[in-house]
Design a protein around this ligand. Sequence first.
Ligand SMILES: [Zn+2]
Length: 186
Amino acid sequence: MSRPINLGTWFGLKFTISLWSIVSYLATALALALVSGLWLALSANDALLAGALSAVMMFLCENLHQWGHSRAARRLGHPMIGVHHFSLFSFCVYPPDEPPLPPSVHIRRALGGFWINLLIGLLLVPASITLWPTGGAIGWLTAFTAFWNGAVLGLGALLPIDIPGVFTIDGGTILRCWREMKRRGA
Ligand SMILES: [Zn+2]
């Protein structure tokens, strides 16, 4: 495992990225260039542009998602200290000495991110319907941005996937903490 690469401190959060994440974004840019090029019969230049812009958009929207978590965490008085990009996704970094928190706090922090992407996805639906038929890199980028935000970073984040210590997404955290609350309340 290589050491995380420091991307600097932004909005009070320390951003890092792994080598694997950089490779994932580059591979995704190429894969999306191929898909968009074949699907919309784009020129090679337009396809490469569509792929590159898609990967940049995915990275930026992932950070917007995490900004939502950090906003919620700050409001609850248990702030994040950073964001680590480990693949096409990232996780929130909390202080190592953070005391055990009530499940309700974990749930409210976990709910802080998805709605931003869902909102972006929904707002882009009309533009996608208008621009997709016109094709080109812009048609691709608008529709793909709507899909990625709405279906993956928005609704997808709420899937109850929870493999402790390996891979947990927001929906998994919410379900686990909700069960914990029910158990305590019972
Ligand atoms: Zn999240």
